[in-house]
Design a protein around this ligand. Sequence first.
Ligand code: CP
Length: 348
Amino acid sequence: MAALGLIVMSNDWNRRHVLSLADFTPSEYDVVLQTANSFREVLSRRTKKVPTLQGQVVTNLFFEPSTRTRSSFELAAKRLSADILNFAPGSSSLTKGETILDTAKTYLAMGTDMMVIRHKEAGVPQAIAQEMDRLGVKVGILNAGDGQHEHPSQALLDLFTITTLLQPEAPRLKLLEGKKIAIVGDILHSRVARSNIWSLTASGAEVHLAGPPTLLPKLFADFVTAPKIGAVVPAATPAPRRLLLHWSLEPALEAADFVMTLRLQRERMTNHLLPTLREYHQQFGITRDRLKLCNPDVRVLHPGPVNRGVEISSDLMDDPQFSLISQQVTSGVAVRMALLFLMGGGKV
Ligand code: CP
C-alpha cells in the first residue's frame, strides 16, 4: 500500500458491486477520488503497472457497443496486472440461444472475480448481481451502462475530471459545493445524466438540466427527491439536493462553472422527438458564442461519442481552453483502476 502511496479507508468501502450512484455516500465518492488520484500518479510513471490484482480475472461482458468504457476497463485491469477476458456477443454462444445469465455463469465457472457489464436494457447488471448473491459467490459486478438507467463509472470519471481540475493534489466531492453545473441535451435517454445527477447533487452543486421538452420530461423535477420504491426514507434526510429544469438553454448557461453536453441518443428514440439536427444545434448546441453567458473559466464536458456539430460545435470540442473531453477519457483509466482495486479488496 505504501509503495503506491494509496490511502484507502477500508471502513468507507464495503461494496461488492457498483450498480448505481443513487445510494453512494460522500465518503464513498471521496474514497474513489483519492484512490483514482493515486493511480493517476502511477499512470504518470515510466512503468505504469502495479501487481495489485495479480491472479484475479476481470471479464468484460459488453452486449452493446463501446469504445471508451470497454477499452479503459481493459487497460485498467491490465495496469493492475489482472487477467482480462473480453466477451464479444456476435461471436459468442448467445447466437446459439445461450441466455445472458448462463453466459455470466460460464465466465464465473472460469474463475472470474469481477464482471463489467453493459447492456441496452436497464437492470441487466442488477439481475446478474442478484443471481451471484443468491448463489453466494464472491464476484463483483460493475454496471458499465444499462439502457437509460445508469452509467456510474462515467459519472465518477466526470467527477474526478472536474475535482482534479479544481484541486489536483486532493480531489474531493465537496469541492463542487456552490458550483453551477449545466447538463444539456437528451436527458430522457441518458444514463450518463442520471448517474451524474446523483453525484453532482450529492456534492452540493446546483445542477441545471436543459433540453427540449420532448427530451426533458417534468418528472425529472422529482428525480432526486422522490423516494425509491421499497426504500426506507431516513428520518434525518441530508441537505436537499438542488436540481433545476429549463426548456431553454440560456438560464442553464448563465454563470455556469461547468457545462456537460450529452449525445443525442438517436438509437434510443422511438418517436419523432426532434425537428431536425440543425434546429436542435441552433437551440441547444454548445458553441463558443454561447459560452459567453457562463463563468469566464467555464469548462465543457461530453461523455462521448460526440455528434460533431450537433451537441457541440466542432471547433469548441477541439479547443483545450474549454474542452475537457480528452481529460475525461484519460481520467477513465485511473477511475476504473480505482473501482477494480476497491472491489478487488483494496490490497496491494
Ligand atoms: N461514454 C461512453 O460510455 O462511451 P462508450 O460508449 O464509447 O463506452
